[in-house]
Each structure stands twice: as C-alpha cells, then as structure tokens.
Design a protein around this ligand. Structure first.
Ligand code: AMP
Ligand code: ZN
Length: 493
C-alpha cells in the first residue's frame, strides 16, 4: 500500500532548523544512512535510544509504502581514543586491555550489538557495511581530495585543509553553525600539531608505526583511515553522491557530520544529504548516559535486573515503550519511577488490544474511528511524534473499554479499522514485539512436545526401546528434557 501518496510527512531538518515536507529524490524510494556503533565495547542504553529512534523512522517510512534502502555502518577501525594517542585507536587500546586481537574485539562487540538489537525487535538495515571493508574506497576519496587541493600529505598522514576549503567558497561549520575563527580558537590539537597546517584540519588518513596492529598499506605508507571518512565513503557508495536522510545522535553533529559534509562537498562538489536528522540524548537520573562517566546501564542489565540503578527488571518491550514516550529530539531521562510508570502504561495498552477480539459490533457507531485514525497519522507525520501517537493509541484503548462496557457502539467495519490501525502502529511502527504471537509459539512448541511424548509412549508399549530413547535424546539435544514419573512423562524446556 502506498500510503505516502496521500500523506504529508514533515521532518525536522537540522540544516534549516525547521520541519520540512519530506520529498525524496526519487519518487517512492528513500535512501537513509545512520552512523552505527563503534564496536570496541558493549552498546549502552543511550546508544540503543538513538538506534531505536531511527528504527521507528525506518518502520514508519516502510509503513507508508516507501521502498527504503537503509544503511547503518559498523565502525571497526580508525577511531582515535579521547586522549588522541595516535598509536592507539580505540580498538587497539581495548585489544591490549582484553588481551585479544583487535578483530576479536570487533567480532565480540558486533555480536553483542546484534543480540541487543534482536532483543529489542529492531529491523535490520538493508546494508550494514564495515569501515575495514571499505579501505580502498577511503583511500580513493583521499587521493581525489589531494588532487583537487582540499587535502595534503604530511609525514605519512593526510589532512583535510579546512582553510583551503573555505577559501574555495565553501563553509566549514554550516551544520553546527560554527565559524572557522571560533574553531581555530577552540581547537585542541589531538592529532599531532606538527603534522598539520592548521589545528582545525582533520585527519583523512593517519600514519601508523609497525606496533600499531590495525593498519593498511596506502600511497602514503602504512596507516589507518580517519573516522569521518568511512561514513562519506560508505554512504555515497550505497546511496549515491546525494541522498535523502542522514542520521545520528546530536553529539555527532560536530565534528563528525560537519566533516562528512566537507569531505563530500570537496569530493563531489555538492552537499551529500537533503535531510540531516539528529536524536537527543538519554539521561539517567538527570545525567547523560555515557561509558566514560560510569553513568550507564547495559541493555541486558536492565532486562535481567542486575544493575545498581533500578529496583527490578523490565522487559525489552517496556523499555522500548518507555523510550518512545519521548520525542526523539527531546532529552529522555530514565529512572526507576519512569520505568515503573511506563510498565503500567504498556500493560494498559496490551490489555486494551487483548480486548479487541471480544468486542461486539452494533449497527451504528457512536465514535468517529476515521477521525481517530487520522490523528494517529497526523502525529507521526509531524516529525515522527511518537508521544502524541501513543496518547492517541490510549484514546483507542479508551474507545475499546467504552464499547466493551456498552457505553458506546461501533460497527463491524469500525471495529476492523480500530484493530488494523492499533496493530499497525503498536507492532509495525513502534516495533513492540507481539507477545501474543510469541506465546502462540510457546503453545505450539508445547503441542509438538506432547505429541512426541505420546509417540514415545507408543514406542515403549511396543517395546521399541531404540525409538523411545531416540526421541528422548533428540529432544534433550534441543534443550527439552523429559522426566518419567509415576504419573507419566513431564518435560521442561
Ligand atoms: P558511538 O558508538 O559512540 O559512535 O555511539 C553510537 C550512537 O549512539 C551515536 O549516534 C551517538 O550519538 C549515540 N549516543 C551516544 N550516547 C548517547 C546517549 N546518552 N543518548 C542517546 N544517544 C547516544
Ligand atoms: Zn558516521
């Protein structure tokens, strides 16, 4: 269904600072790039919030009927540590700490990231490229920028020349509204002052000594790519030199996204992105969630209940619901109280949905379901306003209860619209995992195991011990343990 044809989705563009009517470059198709995680440690709930915001944006675009190419990268190389130690990118540093190969670090935390996403019912991006898989593309872009006078080599490293870029009529700082003079005054030189012409120049390629394990050959000697370059290389490779949406957390606006714009303009002569979207931060008990301050909770620690900040465990569905009760551009603060309140709300929503199948239709409707449905779309079309959408979904639950209590009436057709719309927004768009369908799966599994127990009883009655043992052993191998007792066979999963 191509709902987008009669729809007016507006989204907030960081570039203009305004909500703009969304108009993709190619009718019906959307190209979206989101900066992925740096996989040198576990993702925390703050990271999850940002990725979840884009998961919902992706889900809504799909719901509207767009064909979306969604690229979210994995940063697995070239990320300098906060102290700017050129011999240590984050992977090398972590590999020393954990006594693992850097690529083992990458693998370990990529697997963790994917597990977390699965737990929270994220849709997979259509392409998930890695920085290490695109070294050639990054070298080629760097060569082009040197050839065109935007970058220079120095001591085996290559830097983007910010002043030269501005001299050629472009404006470094356009996204984050900074000017070069201000940057000049404020830049701490972490990359080795002596190599750069100006402190605000940023690295496209860094030279690396033999001791630096993650390094690749290049025309400038062995080294590794600068972090900003990978996103320019991968976004433009898969989405074209000009694409629709680029997203990330607002802390990436500067310098990361600013550098991406400069690299793309220098390489292709025009701005790469039509809509820049930035998510706001997750805070916990009033402080920004971050690994470096220790104010963080890992997703599995909240789900499992083993953390010092929360009194009990919360399901992935409740955490998702809690996150989406705030608009993606607002700060969201989580605390024990906020989570408990979200859990109550979530249960109320689920109870309402469970009642839907029990509603009895009437010949007339006393409620305007069509108007309610339009309000749901209106909320999402207004820059993906999930808190307003959720308020509308609760209005839907109110209708369900009123009809169930025979205080209002709905026709068969209106009940069908109410059901279809609630299911679409709750499960497809907000991405709540449909517990009903997974408990269906548990019922199915129970049915299958019981059938196998009956077959095994028959085999034992026929003294076919080989078959009876085979059934028991094969079930055990899949984690289903049979226990024979005097009242028959029971099982545990
Ligand atoms: P990183 O792996 O550090 O590059 O972070 C991955 C994504 O998580 C980026 O888009 C960051 O902006 C985002 N992020 C980091 N901390 C938070 C936070 N406390 N709240 C929301 N997003 C965050
Ligand atoms: Zn990026």
């Amino acid at each position: 269904m191509q709902i987008y044809k009669n729809n007016s989705l507006h989204l907030y563009n960081t570039t203009s600072g305004k909500k703009e009517l969304f108009s993709p470059i190619s009718d019906g198709n959307v190209g979206m790039y989101v900066c992925g995680p740096t996989v040198y440690s576990n993702v925390h709930l703050g990271n999850v919030r940002t990725f979840m915001s884009f998961d919902v944006i992706y889900r809504y675009l799909l719901h509207l009927g767009y064909n979306v190419r969604y690229v979210r990268n994995i940063t697995d190389a070239g990320h300098l540590t906060d102290d700017g130690d050129v011999e240590n990118d984050r992977f090398v540093k972590q590999s020393k700490l954990e006594k693992l190969e850097p690529m083992e670090i990458v693998q370990k935390y990529t697997v963790d990231f994917h597990k977390v996403l699965q737990e929270f019912n994220f849709l997979e991006p259509t392409i998930e490229p890695t920085a290490t898989g695109h070294i050639i593309e990054q070298i080629e872009l760097t060569q082009k920028m040197i050839a065109d006078g935007f970058a220079y080599e120095s001591n085996g490293s290559v830097y983007f020349n910010v002043l030269e870029y501005n001299k050629k009529g472009m404006n470094y700082g356009e996204l984050s509204n900074r000017n070069v003079e201000e940057l000049f005054a404020n830049t701490r030189d972490l990359d080795g002052q002596s190599e750069k012409k100006n402190p605000q120049d940023f690295a496209l390629w860094k030279n690396a000594s033999p001791a630096h394990i993650m390094r690749w050959n290049s025309p400038w000697g062995a080294g590794f790519p600068g972090w900003h370059l990978e996103c320019t290389a991968m976004s433009t490779k898969y989405l074209g030199e000009n694409f629709d949406i680029h997203g990330g957390g607002m802390d990436l606006k500067f310098p990361h996204h600013e550098c991406e714009i400069a690299q793309a303009k220098a390489s292709f002569g025009h701005s790469p992105v039509n809509y820049w979207m930035h998510t706001n931060m997750l805070t916990m008990n009033g402080l920004r969630m971050s690994k470096s301050t220790g104010n963080y909770v890992l997703p599995m620690e909240l789900i499992g209940g083993n953390n010092p900040f929360f009194e009990k465990s919360f399901s992935a569905n409740v955490i998702r619901f809690c996150f989406l009760q705030a608009h993606y551009r607002s700060v969201l603060d989580i605390s024990n109280d906020a989570m408990v309140a979200a859990e109550k709300g979530f249960n109320r929503l689920m109870e309402g949905i469970a009642l839907l199948d029990k509603l009895v239709a009437s010949s007339t409707s006393t409620l305007s379901i069509q108007n309610w449905k339009e309000q749901c779309y209106k909320a999402m079309n207004d820059d993906f306003n999930t808190p307003i959408l959720i308020a509308n979904l609760f209005e839907g639950v109110k209708y369900i209860n009123l009809v169930n209590d025979k205080k209002e009436t709905l026709t068969v057709d209106d009940i069908a619209i109410l059901k279809e719309t609630l299911n679409a927004f709750v499960f497809d768009v907000l991405g709540i995992k449909n517990v009903k369908s997974s408990s269906n799966n548990t019922d199915k599994l129970t049915g299958v195991v019981e059938m196998l127990i009956t077959m095994r009883d028959e085999a034992r009655a026929n003294k076919n011990w080989a078959l009876s043992d085979e059934i028991r052993d094969k079930l055990a191998a899949t984690g289903v343990i049979l226990k024979d007792g005097k009242d028959g066979t029971s099982f545990s999963i």
